[in-house]
Design a protein. Structure first.
Length: 761
């Protein structure tokens, strides 16, 4: 082979490589722009419009930094203008600084995880809200993760423990409100851990002591309580910040490499350990606003590197020696508001002009204008000793009194429960007619408290819908001409359905259910109250209900009437059976319907606690309004039709027992399948359908089973995405995707289809 042949071969090889490189780069760019869309176009990311094909070359700024290597994004830092503040979060609504109610953190994290080469992720003050999903662990290459100053709540996901490369984890100023994780020692390379400014509670996790690599530990401004264990095993720890918690033990043994120790505003007690003399690297020590006693060790003032020493607002007593030695770099000392007596050591006196010293509020013999009389400090100490000798007796008396009171209260509660609650549950009453539904269920406060972060999102797109109310049976009979056959719309496993016309001219759909009287009216009302709180733009609105407990032939049955808004344009299955291009749903329209339903089901799972699962998902229950917007009907009926078991839990009372969300994912998979191959799928057995899914793998198979209107209006990439997620939905339970994954893939398929449609115009 000659040199010209070699050059030709080299040229051809390079030419073949270029498309793959370009394809990878284009995919990464597409993901980045999708992230920008999720973040609702922050100003700092506007610069990408000028570098849409090479965002790796975009200029760096404090608000935006991106680094690339081998055509992959390796570093992404975005600083937004929506900082989180505790005062802005009232506990019952999404603050104004967050992203809109339509934001899905699950979809956002799913998209972010497609950048598999990321090593640095910093997304600060962007208004990101919601519970941080477990799938954050898909960022397996990340070494530096910072999600500070957002509105993340709930638990810190346990799957973070699998991110073995993680060296720095920062989740400051969010609203995490569970305990501090006890699996942090699984992060064997962690050097920096900061969870400041959250609402983390419970004890300090002892497992942190096993993170030998840790150099910075910051858990300040939380509600961590109990004992702080010895931390001397953290031999590389330089910074310890536990300010503003509820720790109430003695001060522990600390590692000797510490440079900064911040333990102020806790409830530490006892004396300052002599071991602190060994902290020769220490520069900054703040023990203020605790309950420390005794005389402070004199060696604290002369540590070789100490520059800041704050012991203010404790119960320190005794006298500091006049010959006390101060370190050469000591520049700030605060011993104010204690019980110190005697003189002020010369190294802390006014003659020392190179340091700031605060000593007011003691009983020192200097500056009497800002000191108490010596008797104040000595009497206080005496009272403390006397009160200490009484504490044990007082504690025994208080405990005994509490036990007696609890026994009496328990007896009274039992008597009242038997007299009123059990008696009331055995009585059957007709509900009052046409009165506003103001009754509060036994779970109202718990449900609203747990669902408070979603309360504003519920209202999006539903502002014009009326509140749920009670209807009288007479109203419903009048609206349906006494349930005349002409108003009958159909019958299924959930009872008969009628079309009604209310007195004000509003058309409604009335579902009639027959329930055995194993429920008390109070129990049934509790369930209906929970169902009535649901509002979402892709759910058929429940306008009200009526319970009829008498007058029917079967005295063992309640008749329950659910009054829904009337959706005039039929169900999805009817529209899928239309073959003509004018009436049938095109692929982009089918995607819009499927996305709407997926959003509705996702909301049912997560929008309230407890979530609504097993929602009877079929194409017949998906209705389309006059604008072909999807609305899911007959949702949440499982909590009415099935017995709800009581689960005893300390301090929590009753909870709904819920079915797994996989049931809805599986059912939704068959809706996806029906959207692909048409309504004929509904009459086939599951085994036949699963066998047919294999045909999707080839072009000939697709042409054979996919509806013609789909094939002629879709892009192959968009179709492939939906086929893939459909196959996963109806696979074995262990490998089914989450509803969030399904929604993300459908939205991605719609985006790909929009791009194709735009190019064809």
């Amino acid at each position: 082979m000659g040199s010209s042949d070699l050059l030709l071969l080299l040229f051809v090889s390079l030419f073949c490589i270029i498309p793959a490189t370009h394809q990878l780069q284009s995919y990464q760019i597409q993901v980045m722009f999708q992230l920008r869309k999720y973040l609702e176009y922050p100003k700092s990311m506007e610069v990408w419009d000028m570098y849409s094909k090479d965002i790796c070359s975009s200029p760096l700024s404090p608000q935006l930094s991106i680094a690339c290597q081998d055509n992959s994004v390796t570093e992404l830092k975005i600083m937004g203008d929506k900082p989180a503040k505790v005062s802005d979060f009232d506990g019952f609504a999404i603050p104004n600084q967050t992203l809109s109610g339509g934001f899905s953190i699950d979809s956002f994290v799913t998209t972010l995880s497609r950048l598999t080469s990321l090593r640095v992720v910093s997304l600060v003050s962007l208004g990101i809200w919601g519970p941080l999903p477990d799938k954050i662990h898909r960022l397996y290459s990340v070494e530096f993760l910072d999600l500070s100053s957002n509105f993340l709540f709930g638990s810190i996901p346990p799957k973070i423990s699998t991110m073995k490369r993680l060296q720095s984890l920062t989740l400051d100023v969010n609203f995490f409100n569970d305990t501090v994780p006890d699996w942090l020692d699984s992060l064997s390379n962690l050097t920096f851990l900061s969870l400041k400014g959250n609402r983390l509670k419970g004890p300090f996790p002892f497992s942190i002591r096993r993170i030998k690599t840790l150099s910075v530990l910051a858990l300040s401004q939380n509600v961590i309580s109990g004992k702080l264990p010895d931390l001397d095993s953290l031999i590389n720890l330089n910074v310890l910040d536990l300010r503003e918690n509820h720790l109430d033990s003695d001060l522990p043994v600390l590692p000797k490499a510490l440079v900064t120790v911040l333990l102020s505003k806790n409830s530490f007690s006892g004396e300052i350990p002599q071991q602190f003399d060994e902290l020769v690297q220490l520069q900054h020590l703040d023990l203020s606003f605790n309950f420390l006693q005794g005389t402070p060790p004199t060696a604290l003032f002369s540590l070789p590197n100490i520059s800041y020493l704050n012991l203010a607002s404790n119960r320190l007593s005794g006298s500091l020696p006049h010959h006390l030695s101060c370190g050469t770099v000591l520049g700030f000392v605060d011993i104010s508001t204690n019980r110190l007596t005697g003189g002020l050591p010369s190294c802390l006196g006014s003659s020392s002009d190179n340091k700031v010293v605060k000593f007011g509020g003691n009983c020192l013999s200097v500056d009497p204008q800002h000191q108490h009389q010596e008797s104040y400090c000595t009497e206080t100490q005496k009272k403390n000793r006397q009160s200490g000798s009484k504490d044990i007796g007082m504690l025994i008396a208080v405990i005994g009194g509490v036990v007696i009171v609890m026994i009496l209260l328990g007896y009274c509660f039992l008597v009242l429960y038997r007299r009123y609650c059990l008696w009331g549950a055995s009585q059957q009453h007709l509900l009052p007619k046409a009165l506003p539904d103001n009754s509060a269920s036994g779970f109202s406060s718990e449900v609203l408290a747990n669902a408070r972060f979603i309360s504003q999102a519920n209202k999006l797109g539903t502002q014009g819908l009326p509140a749920c109310r009670l209807f009288s049976l007479e109203e419903l009979k009048e609206a349906t001409n006494n349930f005349d056959q002409s108003t009958f719309m159909g019958e299924g496993s959930m009872g008969k359905l009628y079309k009604g016309n209310l007195e004000n001219g509003t058309f409604v759909a009335i579902r009639c259910l027959a329930l055995f009287k194993r429920y008390s009216i109070r129990n049934l009302k509790l369930r209906l109250d929970l169902l009535s709180k649901i509002r979402h733009p892709h759910l058929v609105c429940l306008l009200g209900h009526c319970i009829d407990t008498g007058g029917q032939d079967d005295c063992n049955v309640h008749r329950v009437f659910l009054v829904y808004e009337y959706v005039p344009n039929g169900n999805l299955r009817t529209h899928l059976s239309e073959d003509s291009p004018e009436k049938g749903l095109k692929w982009s329209e089918r995607l819009a319907v499927l996305i709407g339903v997926a959003k509705a089901v996702h909301f049912l799972h997560t929008g309230m606690i407890p979530g609504f699962f097993n929602n009877l998902l079929t194409a017949n229950n998906i209705l389309l309004d006059e604008h072909r917007i999807a609305k899911l009907s007959d949702y949440g009926l499982s909590i009415i039709m099935n017995e709800v078991e009581k689960i005893e839990a300390k301090g929590e009372g009753q909870k709904w027992q819920i079915t797994k969300s996989h049931d809805d994912v599986y059912s939704f998979g068959f809706i996806l399948l029906e959207a692909l191959v048409g309504p004929s799928v509904s009459g086939k057995g599951e085994a036949f359908l699963l066998k047919e899914m294999a045909s999707f793998g080839s072009q000939d198979g697709r042409r054979r089973i996919v509806e013609p209107i789909v094939l002629t209006t879709c892009s192959q990439e968009s179709l492939s995405i939906v086929i893939s997620i459909t196959n996963k939905c109806i696979s074995s339970e262990s490998s089914r995707p989450s509803l969030e994954d399904v929604l993300w893939n459908l939205q991605y398929a719609a985006q790909v289809q929009d791009t194709t449609d735009g190019e064809q115009k």
